[in-house]
Design a protein around this ligand. Structure first.
Ligand SMILES: C[S@@+](CC[C@H](N)C(=O)[O-])C[C@H]1O[C@@H](n2cnc3c(N)ncnc32)[C@H](O)[C@@H]1O
Length: 208
């Protein structure tokens, strides 16, 4: 399977100049709905993981402390440029979601939009998100998922060999992934293409 972190760094650096043309308009509503499920408060410390070109920035509150990370330097540069254009103060850093360089319990909100279906090991990314979140913090996820109640069939798994190499995995299941990483899902809303794309808000489970 051609889905490795090294490949993702390379291909997203190649995709970066085209990314907004593909993803800006298409995901505007899903991102707004996902970020709208978070309970925002002034002064919150917020981390965008796999921030891409920073397309979430226009939909975030202005009175929070924003940190953005991405594997691809080309994406990080675009996030910085967007933040500057929007007049937002964003600390944008090149960083692998599977090894976040932040202390435990550092963030009130972690946003993972369209990255859990891209990373080779999403469970590792979620474990890192949980580690850097405060005990009552909020995880905001928006992505494409296979239904929770049945694993992907043979047709979808075959197609996945192609889609996971060039774009995204289409077989991952949100609830097993999030609950397996110690999260309790509070909101789970279909946001695009039926229930293929979902927006979830979850918090660390107390016993997780
Ligand atoms: C489909 S894009 C989503 C970008 C953005 N979150 C959005 O909603 O538009 C996936 C992003 O994840 C980044 N990425 C992939 N693997 C990563 C990893 N292991 N750590 C950090 N970023 C990663 C890619 O560079 C790319 O910018």
């Amino acid at each position: 399977m051609l889905n490795t972190t090294r490949w993702n760094r390379l291909r997203y650096s190649l995709y970066a100049p085209l990314y907004d043309a593909v993803a800006e308009r298409a995901f505007r509503r899903p991102r707004r709905l996902a970020l709208g499920q978070v309970v925002w408060q002034p002064g919150m410390r917020v981390l965008l993981v796999g921030a891409g070109t920073g397309l979430d920035l226009p939909w975030l509150p202005r009175d929070v402390e924003l940190h953005a990370t991405d594997l691809s330097p080309a994406m990080v540069r675009r996030t910085r440029r967007r933040a500057e254009a929007l007049g937002m103060d964003v600390e944008a850093t090149e960083m692998d979601a599977s090894a976040l360089r932040f202390p435990d319990g550092h963030f009130d909100v972690v946003v993972m939009h369209l990255i859990l279906a891209v990373m080779p090991d999403p469970a590792r990314g979620l474990a890192e998100a949980r580690r850097v979140l405060r005990g009552d913090g909020q995880l905001c996820v928006m992505d494409k998922f296979q239904a929770d109640d049945r694993p992907a069939g043979i047709g979808r798994r075959t197609l996945n060999a192609l889609t996971s190499a060039v774009a995204t995995d289409i077989t991952r299941q949100a609830r097993p992934l999030l609950e397996g990483a110690g999260f309790r899902i509070e909101q789970d809303t279909p946001v695009m293409m039926g229930a293929l794309f979902r927006a979830l808000m979850a918090r660390p489970a107390r016993d997780g």
